[in-house]
Design a protein around this ligand. Structure first.
Ligand SMILES: *Cc1c(COP(=O)(O)O)cnc(C)c1O
Length: 753
């Protein structure tokens, strides 16, 4: 495998016929003769653009010949030095290792200030050595640099795939050869390419080590990632954070244990409750009327409050061991709300054995002081005395991991060490015995990419782009004046340039942009890289305006204009600024939103602005975009849906059975399908999750209350009136009977409760 990393030469004379040009070209030819690729340019150009080049280069050679240094007038020399310094700084901001050489004929290091000199790998005087000699020296350094790049597992995998040995182990496609025997297989092979298939190997390959027992290069990579993420232990997981969460839980929770859980947690935590047979008590997050989930207030976390909840729960009351085994909270909600972990540690250390932060959306936080204390595990953070800290992170959501790449980070306490062998029993229970090696390699590479200084720079860049997007949205809003425009949810104060201060993003009780009420000081923060965009029609207090634009129409419109949105609420949707963000991407979103406004204001017919959607839903063909928005808006308004959804999530959920017992009724077929009209008071056997927002509403063993039934009836009527805009509720069974769509829920049979 030959990687392409050219040596970049920047010299004004690179194409000139003077002696300086001849000299540098002779060097370039000598390096090419040794097989190196050379990229010669004549100016520093746009610095930010060149900063990108550092990731593609193997070395830089920067000329400081007389011409560049302006022939000598002090001002000109000063100017030349300033741009040289800026360039070197720009490279070193992201990359502390790449070799940088200065090249000069008459000038020597005497002319270069120390702060530049100390960043260099050498100073080349062309006519004192042969070009061949200098070339070999530079190439040696460039190769040493490249050789040092690959982290342990990726390095071993590349070597193995290059090796070309025949093997008899699975997978059965034998490095891709099986695909070549059929036409469709050929297509598959050509699409994914030889390397992906050669690197798809089985865990019988000894030199790559084992994920399942953490040996060899895999173990070296996990240790490397643990160091980079400031953790005591790191476990790579190839089935997503859904699986990481189950591993953490199964390592510490057993049937009958009391567990304390964020009511708006990810469904994998609820699956964990069901699988372990735990008795959950829930902490209730705040919620504003835009449907945005806020933080769990500090007061919910006090042991007195947790004790009150235990006493109020018939199953917890009867539990043998009253001390909660684990606390799990969503650290970065969908909308980007995060908690001060140091505050939580102070409150709960020693009172709950394991503090688990589901940081699926927060793997970047440890790399920037912007998030100091607002994530589970990081540099300059004290150990807890008793409680073990776990963080589970989806490498694939915000860093450069392939889908399903995830990791578990562990921070031990002063008095409790992790028993790795014991933990691994839970790890094995949830890991395939045939892990996907490309995913392991991406865990390895994603971690290595975050090594300082590059990782800090990447996080800073995504914060910067996120703020620039917000600034751009504000500018458009100001230009429209009285006319409507989309708002980005967040603090009123936005710094004018750069990334400002984390203080700007602390959620304060006295601010009224959030609608979460009286929060404790310095306890919560909004992560600016998540941007929730608010469409007109609903106020923070839950009042509907006369006209409105439901977010589901906007996101459908954006999809047909090539912008795919991850999550959508009634009058809000959100976008993320991952380390993969580009200016092109968010500017495309901006122009698409402008187009939407234009089409909306002109009430353009649907067939024209959403042709694909209308092809599937012809009933909307001739209606105007604005008219359709208004119809749906009025349907929401008539049912006061904003209030309904807020209230249903905040309503009291009565547990009638332990979640695992209710789920067991499914396995034993002791359930019946109950029409949603008859649900009130019934015990659900399944997990009920409305989309939006994709947060589970009812858990196996809980009873349906009137608010939830009202919501389900609304969803049925709404879906009937507006097909294509369906409110999707996972857990509902739909049956078309006599031409009518009916909705059911699998409930525990009445005689089995
Ligand atoms: C996405 C998500 C998960 C699951 O992560 P996967 O890597 O998709 O399995 C867990 N918790 C939260 C809060 C999530 O958003």
């Amino acid at each position: 495998m030959k990687f392409r990393f050219p040596i970049v030469i920047i010299d004004e004379d690179f194409r000139s016929e003077n002696s300086s040009g001849l000299g540098i070209r002779a060097l370039a030819h000598a390096m090419e003769a040794e097989g190196m690729e050379i990229l010669g340019v004549t100016s520093y150009g746009d610095l930010s653009q060149f900063a990108q080049q550092q990731s593609r280069a193997s070395a830089f050679i920067l000329s400081i010949d007389d011409e560049e240094f302006g022939g000598g007038s002090p001002e000109e020399i000063d100017f030349a030095l300033t741009s040289l310094r800026a360039f070197v700084e720009e490279i070193r901001y992201k990359n502390s290792d790449i070799p940088i050489y200065l090249y000069g004929e008459t000038r020597t290091s005497r002319h270069i200030p120390n702060d530049i000199l100390r960043e260099l790998h050498g100073f080349i005087h062309m006519f004192e050595d042969t070009p061949e000699f200098v070339a070999r020296h530079i190439i040696r350094e460039a190769k040493a640099y490249l050789d040092g790049l690959a982290p342990p597992f990726f390095r071993a995998l590349v070597q193995y795939a290059n090796d070309g040995s025949y093997s008899w182990h699975c997978p059965g496609h034998s490095g891709g050869v099986a695909f070549l025997k059929s036409p469709i297989g050929q297509m598959f092979h050509q699409f994914f390419g030889e390397n992906m298939l050669r690197a798809d190997v089985c865990n019988a390959v000894e030199e790559l080590g084992q994920l399942l027992d953490h040996t060899g290069p895999v173990a070296a990579s996990e240790r490397n990632a643990a160091r980079i993420f400031n953790a005591d232990h790191c476990y790579f997981v190839t089935n997503g954070t859904s699986t990481s969460n189950k591993m953490v839980w199964h390592s510490t929770v057993a049937p009958g244990d009391i567990v304390v859980v964020d009511r708006n947690c990810h469904k994998s935590i609820l699956h964990s409750i069901i699988m372990t047979g735990a008795i959950p008590v829930f902490l209730m997050p705040t919620r504003n009327h835009l449907g945005i989930i806020g933080p769990i207030p500090l007061s919910e976390f006090t042991m007195e409050n947790i004790q009150k909840k235990i006493d109020a729960n018939p199953f917890a009351r009867a539990a043998k061991n009253k001390q909660p085994r684990i606390l799990t909270i969503t650290q970065s909600t969908y909308d980007g709300v995060i908690y001060n972990v140091e505050t939580l540690k102070e409150m709960l250390d020693g009172k709950i054995d394991t503090l688990h932060f589901d940081e699926a959306w927060l793997p970047h936080a440890t790399f920037h002081s912007f998030y100091q204390d607002m994530h589970a595990i990081g540099p300059n953070r004290p150990r807890a005395k008793e409680s073990m800290i776990f963080s589970t992170q989806s490498t694939h959501k915000l860093l450069a991991g392939l889908s399903q790449a995830s990791q578990i980070l562990v921070r031990e306490s002063e008095n409790n060490k992790l028993d790795r062998d014991r933990f691994n029993e839970a790890y094995l229970m949830h890991t395939s015995t045939s892990p996907q090696y490309s995913i392991i390699a991406s865990c390895d590479v994603a971690a290595a990419m975050m090594e300082a200084p590059g990782g800090t720079a990447l996080v800073e860049e995504s914060i910067f782009e996120a703020l620039d997007f917000r600034r751009a949205m504000r500018k458009i809003d100001q230009e429209w004046g009285q006319d409507w425009w989309f708002q980005v949810w967040g603090p009123d104060n936005l710094c004018e340039d750069g990334i400002g201060s984390r203080e700007d993003w602390i959620i304060r009780a006295e601010d009224n942009w959030h609608g979460f009420g009286k929060l404790a000081p310095n306890f919560n923060m909004l992560d600016p890289i998540k941007a929730t965009i608010i469409t007109p029609g609903l106020s923070l207090e839950g009042h509907f305006s006369e006209t409105g634009i439901p977010a589901s129409i906007v996101t459908k419109y954006l999809a047909e204009h090539g912008v795919i949105i991850e999550k959508c609420g009634l009058y809000s949707f959100f976008i993320m600024f991952t380390i993969g963000i580009t200016k092109g991407r968010w500017n495309t979103l901006l122009t698409a939103l402008q187009q939407f406004k234009d089409d909306f204001d002109k009430n353009q017919p649907m067939w024209r602005v959403l042709p694909e959607f209308v092809a599937n839903n012809p009933r909307y063909e001739s209606i105007g975009l604005r008219d359709l928005c208004q119809q749906i808006h009025q349907a929401y308004q008539a049912h006061d849906v904003a209030r309904l959804t807020t209230e249903m999530y905040l309503s009291d959920m009565e547990p009638a059975m332990k979640p695992s017992d209710a789920f067991a009724k499914m396995a034993h077929r002791e359930i019946e399908r109950v029409s949603i009209d008859d649900l009130e008071g019934r015990v659900t056997a399944i997990l009920l999750t409305p989309y939006p927002p994709g947060i589970p509403l009812l858990i196996p063993g809980e009873c349906f209350n009137k608010t939830i039934v009202d919501y389900l009836k609304f969803a049925r009527d709404f879906n009937h009136r507006f097909p294509g805009f369906d409110t999707d509720v996972h857990g509902l069974v739909t049956r078309v009977e006599n031409g009518v769509k009916n909705y059911y829920v699998d409930c525990v049979r009445a005689d089995c409760c």
